[in-house]
Design a protein. Structure first.
Lengths: 289, 289
């Protein structure tokens, strides 16, 4: 590669780097500045430096910890269920079956719908007076309050599972299709059962794809906002107050921008730690192979 | 896929294979049918609700009412909904246009010259994973100070934070698939590197560019968090408009159902074109699809 190519490469990158400096670099620096100040939307002319006070304040802020815990429960629950269901669906769709392409197209549909619409659809479907699911359940004598204190967070997890299992399926299906066929033929000739093949051949070979899919889904699940906004607005009590919704509440309903910015940075830190841990696991497993 | 089945059928005695395979297909078909039902049911429910006269909405049922187009007419002709629809198109087109404009040259530089090395490539990907909570507060204040609150420009800028890096990441993979011989031949014929990129590589990567653009449009079309904070008035986009049909102030289920379907249908149609490209794109040259 010549020097002219290298110079051209740098020039081609410039527009993107310029744009990202403008829409990411500057805002992040500004957000850090805001988080070190008492920055209120109602008193923009009285911004004052408070150093790390906003961050220290989070340590004994019970609502913040509730929101973090709810978010971690949500992410853990949703991603686990999506992985299990997504794997099952991918295995079902992988082998030829009549109408395979139609099934595939239908099953992938939910991930393309705007999450607010999905949230409202399920709020409607699960509504105890207007929704067909509670009415149908009541007719067989089952009474479930989907958005009551006990079940609300779980119901939001189920909605997430409905919408995002398809993404998991899409990834795993692509992973399955890229696998070499020889080891599977050999295993069958040796008389391995379907379950043995899955346990000792398919899953180990799929591991990198599984980790990539889990990582992408996890990062996205941390952004849970629309279902909460559409259905529960954090309630009952603080049972479904997730971190992004809490940041929205503190920043835009209580106007405490400084505190909200500090929360956003701690969230980014939590996510960063999780990503590094996942990458570390991925690396180690590649080293074995 | 056909080789897998054939070898499998050969590996076990013919008659056993036949019955087992029939049983297997029956089971898999019913499981897939169940999944398709779970996916399609909410859409059917909302479709029914959009066709119900107001009095029927309090009675949860899928049929047994006289369908009416009143909700559809009211939403599309008697409300500003069509303007919000247009806002979403404008934001989407601006976001996709800018993303492709800055993303394509950068992706080419990454794919051919390895400019910036692996770490810069992954930095771009990591930038796309930062939580929106980090950006929303500075973006809100920047839009406020510049008088851009409640304009499509504020929403577009916010969408670029995650869509421009994502499009770049997609295009790296698609450019890797364009054979290098093509541009080398063009350069032998007297083109410069840049001319070869414009006249040979870009046209050859057209399906990839189209898929990346369409996927980016869907992401922008479906995004609500930024749009809600930055443009809640006459510049609101579809997801924000949809959220407005069920608030503490009132519920309009029929109209909400129309709005949901109107937002979902175009994207579902578009999704059938991008599904095939999605995995190659998300892999960004890291996973061979």
């Amino acid at each position: 590669m010549g020097r002219r190519d290298r110079a051209l490469g740098r020039r081609l990158l410039l527009p993107l780097l310029g744009l990202l400096a403008l829409v990411q670099g500057y805002p992040i620096v500004f957000a850090a500045y805001i988080s070190f100040h008492d920055y209120r939307l109602t008193a923009l002319d009285q911004v004052r430096w408070v150093g790390l006070a906003q961050y220290q304040g989070l340590a004994d802020n019970p609502s913040y910890w509730t929101a973090m815990t709810n978010t971690l429960i949500f992410v853990g629950g949703a991603v686990t269920l999506e992985l299990l269901l997504g794997l099952a669906l991918a295995l079902l769709l992988h082998r030829p079956v009549p109408g395979q392409n139609a099934f595939r197209a239908v099953v992938l549909m939910p991930m393309f719908i705007t999450p607010i619409a999905v949230g409202l659809m399920f709020r409607f479907l699960l509504n105890s007076q207007l929704g067909i699911i509670p009415v149908a359940l009541r007719s067989i004598g089952v009474e479930i309050d989907w958005f009551g204190p006990d079940l609300a967070l779980f119901s939001l997890i189920l909605i997430d599972v409905w919408q995002w299992t398809p993404l998991m399926t899409l990834f795993l299906l692509a992973g399955l299709e890229a696998l070499p066929t020889e080891p599977f033929e050999a295993a069958r000739v040796d008389g391995a059962s379907g379950f043995q093949i899955l346990r000792h051949l398919t899953l180990p070979l799929l591991r990198p794809v599984i980790l990539a899919a889990v990582l992408i889904r996890m990062l996205d699940a941390f952004r849970i906002f629309e279902y909460v906004y559409a259905i529960t607005r954090g309630g009952p009590g603080e049972r479904t107050e997730t971190i992004l919704f809490h940041i929205y509440r503190v920043g835009f309903l209580y106007f405490r921008l400084g505190e909200a910015a500090a929360m956003a940075f701690t969230l980014a830190l939590v996510i960063l730690i999780l990503v590094v841990v996942l990458f570390y696991i991925l690396r180690r497993q590649e080293a074995w192979a | 896929m056909t080789t897998v089945t054939r070898s499998w059928a050969m590996a076990i005695p013919a008659r056993r294979a036949l019955t087992r395979r029939h049983l297997g297909i029956g089971l898999r078909l019913s499981l897939l049918g169940l999944s398709a039902f779970v996916v399609l049911f909410p859409f059917l429910w909302v479709l029914a609700a959009s066709l119900k006269p107001p009095v029927e909405l309090n009675r949860p049922s899928l049929w047994g009412f006289t369908p009416t187009m009143a909700n559809w007419v009211e939403v599309w002709l008697g409300s500003p909904f069509s303007r919000y629809f247009l806002n979403s198109i404008v934001v989407g087109v601006l976001t996709v246009g800018i993303s492709l404009l800055v993303g394509a040259p950068a992706a080419y530089a990454f794919s051919r010259f390895r400019t910036g090395g692996t770490w810069l490539r992954f930095l771009i990907l990591a930038a796309q994973m930062l939580p929106p909570a980090l950006f929303i507060i500075p973006f809100f204040l920047m839009a406020y100070y510049t008088g851009l609150l409640d304009t499509v420009w504020a929403v577009t800028a916010a969408h670029l934070t995650f869509i421009a890096p994502l499009v770049t990441w997609f295009l790296i993979g698609f450019f890797e698939d364009v054979p290098r011989d093509l541009e080398e031949q063009a350069m032998v014929d007297g083109c410069t590197r840049w001319q070869a990129f414009l006249r040979v590589v870009l046209p050859a990567a057209r399906p990839g560019l189209g898929a990346a653009g369409l996927f980016a449009f869907i992401m922008s079309w479906n995004e609500m968090f930024y749009a809600l904070m930055l443009a809640g008035g006459h510049s609101k986009t579809l997801p924000v408009a949809i959220a407005g049909y069920w608030t503490f102030r009132g519920v309009e289920l029929g109209k909400m159902s129309v709005a949901i379907l109107s937002a979902a249908l175009p994207v579902l149609v578009a999704s059938f074109f991008v599904q095939r490209f999605l995995i190659r794109g998300l892999g960004g040259g890291a996973i061979k699809g």
